[in-house]
Design a protein around this ligand. Structure first.
Ligand code: GLU
Length: 419
């Protein structure tokens, strides 16, 4: 598949083009942003537990490094392709620029369903992938992190492999590590926490407050959905539906979130959770709720189902859960979208804190992490909201415009080599 072929890349690029048009960005800058700076494709051979050798397809794409080293997760999913990875790397460039981090955008991935591999096969896969991409990553070059299908254990294996190659421990090569080996307090919950901060900021703009009458549906009860559910539950919101790959559960009186978390921790999936009605993932997206949080994967709301989405606020916990057509349909009927590069930026913000703490070998307490996370997200939300008013555009374009203004300024200051 070519770089530009996937629907995800096409969609990301058409959103970029629209925002660039609204803000009248220099077309030469737009031309450069269409292409990733560097894309590496690697073959990742591993010996499976049955003794046979299997080769997996891996990528690391560095989209833009004007503002600093590349930053972005590593995805293990059967959809991974060069084009999808390039689109996700582009989103990381905009996300880091939007929230003011001194970092560029990158993304990596392996085309694999991690559930098909044993723990030792996953370890081998991660170590070989780390070795294959080691030449282009490093604390000053490009710093991976977890994404769909990877977690803190993956990062521990990754960091260990890179450190073995170097001959000394290099904690700053990845973020999202376990606390015991240089991870940051608050990193695990940071994406979900940021989503809830954004929902509260949106409510403030509407002169409302999240309370016991606020109804919420969460698509994807995982690394992002669970911490978001916990924080909304603490604010007494009524979380009426949650879902994972096994299906969705619904209770109009509000689900018992601590019991759902316990169920998932014990059995891995929501399926068969006692006392809740089962609905489909599609039905969850169409529920008449105040807040919908699509926190699973891209492309779940498209022009095919956008007109059925009734939520007042849609908080994009995942990267690209709404296509451009879906954004247009939902905003036309008055829905308020909190765009992914703002809404889910909590993860990369605390990754930045982890990187800084690792480089300084000086670690912060949880309150410091959460306070700094809150303040950065508040500032970014306010900037996006101002762009939304000034340019009279939807929040999605407003977020891109805010990011592009910073990026365009920096790219012009640095100029182009050889000019
Ligand atoms: N994978 C996350 C994202 O899409 C986090 C990236 C990071 O922490 O570098 O934002």
């Amino acid at each position: 598949m070519s770089l530009f072929e996937s629907p995800f890349f096409q969609d990301a690029f058409s959103q970029l083009e629209e925002a660039a048009g609204i803000m009248k960005m220099d077309p030469n800058v737009l031309e450069r942003l269409k292409f990733p700076k560097r894309a590496l494709q690697v073959s990742v051979p591993i010996r499976l537990d049955d003794g046979t050798v299997k080769v997996f397809e891996g990528y690391r794409v560095q989209h833009n490094m004007t503002l600093g080293p590349g930053k972005g997760g590593i995805r293990y999913h059967h959809h991974v392709s060069l084009s999808e990875t390039a689109a996700l790397a582009m989103l990381m460039t905009f996300k880091c620029a939007l929230v003011g981090l001194p970092l560029g955008g990158a993304k990596g991935g392996i085309k694999v369903n991690p559930a098909d591999l044993s723990r030792s096969e996953l370890q081998a896969l991660t170590r070989r992938y780390a070795t294959e991409i080691a030449m282009i990553i490093g604390p000053d070059k490009d710093v991976p992190a977890p994404d769909i299908g990877t977690d803190s254990q993956t990062m521990a294996w990754f960091m260990d492999t890179y450190s073995q190659l170097k001959g000394y421990t290099v904690p700053g090569v990845v973020t999202g590590k376990p606390i015991a080996i240089g991870g940051s307090l608050g990193r695990a919950d940071s994406t979900g926490k940021g989503v809830v901060y954004c929902i509260n900021f949106a409510y403030e703009k509407m002169n409302k407050k999240v309370d016991k009458n606020t109804t919420v549906a969460i698509h994807g009860f995982g690394k992002v959905g669970i911490p978001a559910a916990v924080d909304l539950h603490h604010q007494d919101a009524k979380i009426v539906a949650i879902s994972d790959v096994s299906g969705a559960i619904y209770d109009e009186k509000g689900l018992n979130i601590p019991a759902c978390i316990e169920w998932v921790q014990q059995r891995n999936f929501l399926k068969d959770m006692p006392g809740a009605k089962t609905i489909s993932n599609e039905e969850l997206l169409e529920l008449d709720v105040d807040i919908l949080i699509p926190a699973a994967i891209d492309g779940v709301v498209t022009e095919a189902n956008a007109h059925k989405v009734k939520a007042r606020i849609i908080a994009e916990g995942a990267n690209g859960p709404l296509t451009k057509e879906a954004v247009d349909i939902i905003t036309a009927r008055g829905g308020f979208i909190i765009p992914d590069i703002l809404c889910n930026a909590g993860g990369v913000i605390v990754s930045y804190f982890e990187w800084v703490q690792g480089l300084q070998m000086f670690f912060w307490d949880l309150d410091t992490v959460n306070k700094k996370l809150h303040d950065i997200m508040k500032q970014a939300f306010d900037k996006v909201y101002t762009s939304h008013q000034v340019y009279k555009c939807n929040m999605k374009s407003a977020a891109l415009i805010t990011a592009l203004q910073r990026l365009e300024g920096a790219m012009k200051l640095r100029g182009m080599f050889p000019g």
